[in-house]
Design a protein around this ligand. Structure first.
Ligand code: IMP
Ligand code: MG
Length: 182
């Protein structure tokens, strides 16, 4: 089947081939870090935006791990963060003494990640590392560290590959950008 781009599709920022290549590289970096750890590795998918990235990434990581899902909302249907982060779905298992790999879609101001790291650290894990598909480095307001980063992007509103604008575009196979006035 031909994959024809429609005229109203978001403009492409990162082609799907580039995304897939980078996912494989990240998986390799992650394997190198965790291959000789003692104890359990838990991959935590931050919903909803990272579900596509998460499912591609974990299939490239050749290590035993469990998968957990954490729902957060901070944006509602707007393109500006409300600054308020809420956990809408919590982990189903304790993470005390475990190695947590937090998998995010995009770090913008860092508010969401900062909040999540505080919440997870309080649960007593052995370690926490962060993997994010995208980051907007110029916009970081909180001092958060990303251990594995897919791509830096500029000050644009990214969509696709799981990431939405008002719940649209999650199913795009590439990473695009939409005009914030749409
Ligand atoms: P932060 O709290 O400002 O770092 O924003 C992080 C969260 O906001 C991300 O996990 C996304 O869910 C959402 N977000 C930030 N920037 C974008 C964007 O460009 N497109 C879509 N969602 C975004
Ligand atoms: Mg997110």
């Amino acid at each position: 089947m031909l994959n024809i781009e429609r005229p109203d599709d978001p403009r492409c920022l990162i082609a799907k081939e580039q995304v897939h290549a980078r996912v494989k590289e990240l998986a390799k970096e992650i394997e190198d870090t965790y291959h000789d750890i003692e104890g359990n590795l838990v991959a935590v998918c931050v919903l909803k935006g990272s579900f596509v990235f998460f499912s591609d990434l974990i299939r490239e990581i050749n290590l035993p791990m469990s998968c957990e899902f954490l729902g957060v909302s901070s944006y509602g249907s707007k393109t500006q963060s409300s600054g308020e982060v809420k956990i809408t779905l919590d982990l189903t298992c304790p993470i005390r003494g475990k190695h947590v790999l937090l998998i995010e879609d995009i770090v913008d101001t860092g508010t969401t990640l900062h909040f999540l790291l505080q919440s997870l650290h309080a649960r007593g894990p052995e370690s926490i590392r962060v993997c994010s598909l995208l980051a907007k480095p110029d916009l970081l307001e909180k001092p958060v560290e990303i251990d594995y980063l897919g791509f830096n992007i500029g000050n644009e509103f990214a969509v696709g590959y799981g990431i939405d604008y008002a719940e649209r575009y999650r199913g795009l196979s590439y990473i695009g950008a939409v005009d914030k006035t749409i």
